[in-house]
Design a protein around this ligand. Structure first.
Ligand code: TXA
Ligand code: MG
Length: 331
């Protein structure tokens, strides 16, 4: 429901840090709803990481301007390691720092269940086992990876207590599990282990010194990954379909594949070799949830060009257009 609100949303439920609260929080997440949860670093805005509609709800609630890749949270090291491919460095770091405020970016495992949208279309996945008992209890009850960026609206500081979360998100999320103050108070360190030496993409709860003590050397500092992970070009090239992408198409050439949004029908649509509508009803959240899979299906049609009908810039449309522009960027 968080992804596709048709009526005024119900108020955010405050769940207490006991078995009943945990059970309700887990049931809501399993049902595709958004639940803010405490971790040792900051409160996360949690959703089922395997469900693109639920993940689209995170971006909508946060009013994120673009689809940044999200961290998938797991209750145990074993559960996290099943989602990624861990080289020797990553294994060492996982053994020493999990559970704890470290996020490892590793290649996605062949059987990985974190959806494309949560990974922003990348072939890597960010994994974390939080060192907060309540968070781990909740994650174990959910039984699936939980995507959770900091539970603030975009552009605001990260929340370290329930009241901060409610100030930003009350009425926009199903519930918050109140675990009191977050002990660490800064986000996790993000370390990429993608072959070659590990890189520190974001300094955080695990210090460089602590990382160096385990690795035997200080990790290189990666590029800023807040908005554009691992450099601006990489996200686009990982994400881009094989076919060329033509934006703002109001007329279709014979043989093109077409990505539609809402009720608008470009001229020449009957000549298209394939068509997908991101959202017949013109709902941006629904469109965001479908964007990556729709592009993949259109690419599989074999067309050399995917023509994209205009998508309004409002709400999540801005993020959808950002991703589409990356897909259309010269490469
Ligand atoms: O402490 C934290 O990490 C908190 C709590 C809730 O766990 N979460 C958090 O998430 O700070 P978020 O979404 O605000 O930050 C995730 C960071 C971003 O800088 C993002 O670019 C990076 O992780 N990231 C995620 N997946 C990535 C990937 N595949 N490649 C490179 N960077 C990635
Ligand atoms: Mg954040």
């Amino acid at each position: 429901m968080d992804g596709f609100p048709s009526t005024a949303p119900p108020p955010t439920r405050r769940l207490s840090a006991d078995a009943a609260g945990l059970e309700q929080a887990a049931a809501l997440i399993a049902a595709g709803r958004l639940v803010a949860l405490p971790t040792e670093t900051v409160y996360g805005l949690g959703a089922d990481a395997t469900d693109p509609a639920a993940v689209a709800g995170i971006y909508a609630a946060k009013e994120r301007p673009s689809f940044n890749p999200l961290i998938a949270h797991l209750p145990t090291r074993a559960a996290a390691m099943a989602q990624g491919v861990f080289d020797a460095h990553a294994q060492k770091l996982a053994e020493h720092f999990w559970p704890g405020p470290l996020t490892l970016v590793v290649p996605v495992a062949p059987g990985g269940t974190v959806c494309d949208l949560a990974r922003a279309g990348l072939d890597s996945v960010a994994l974390r086992v939080p060192g907060h008992a309540l968070a781990r209890d909740l994650l174990a009850r959910v039984g699936r990876p939980v995507a959770a960026p900091s539970a603030n609206r975009s552009g605001r500081v990260s929340p370290t207590r329930a009241a901060h979360v409610l100030a930003d998100l009350d009425g926009r999320i199903a519930a918050i599990l109140d675990g009191g103050d977050c002990p660490v108070g800064v986000e996790s360190s993000v370390v990429a282990c993608l072959g070659g030496p590990p890189r520190l993409l974001r300094p955080g709860g695990v210090t460089r010194e602590a990382l160096a003590a385990v690795l035997g050397f200080s990790p290189e500092t990666g590029g800023e990954v807040g908005a554009r992970p691992v450099g601006p070009g990489l996200l686009a090239s990982h994400y881009a379909p094989r076919a060329g992408v033509r934006l703002d198409a109001t007329r279709i050439a014979p043989g093109e594949a077409v990505l539609l949004f809402g009720a608008f029908r470009p001229e020449g649509l009957a000549e298209a070799c394939a068509a997908e509508n991101l959202s017949e009803a013109g709902i941006a959240e629904e469109a965001a949830a479908r964007l990556f899979s729709a592009l993949r299906r259109l690419d599989a049609s074999g067309a050399s060009v995917i023509a994209v009908a205009p998508v309004p810039e409002a709400g999540l449309g801005e993020a959808i257009n950002d991703r589409l522009r990356r897909a259309a960027a010269p490469r």
